[in-house]
Design a protein around this ligand. Structure first.
Ligand SMILES: [Zn+2]
Length: 69
């Protein structure tokens, strides 16, 4: 792979999500998609949003009697 000199993105920041060159409009990302992806990831890690558990669904509320096979 000796196809000339690799482009040195000097001063060019990369999208932290996918590594693509940053688009000023979407800084510091390359696209809306990446910014949202990263945001959601960030949210999940930082706030540790608990998985929505269906604790409201107590089996006691659902008698299995009608569901016998
Ligand atoms: Zn990206």
């Amino acid at each position: 792979m000796a196809t000339g000199t690799p482009p040195k993105n000097k001063g060019q920041k990369k999208c932290p999500n996918c590594g693509e060159p940053t688009v000023p409009k979407f800084r510091p990302f390359c696209s809306t998609r990446c910014s949202q992806l990263d945001l959601s990831k960030w949210f999940n890690e930082d706030f540790r949003v608990p998985v929505v558990e269906t604790d409201d669904f107590n089996e006691d509320d659902f008698p299995d009697e009608d569901y016998e096979n």
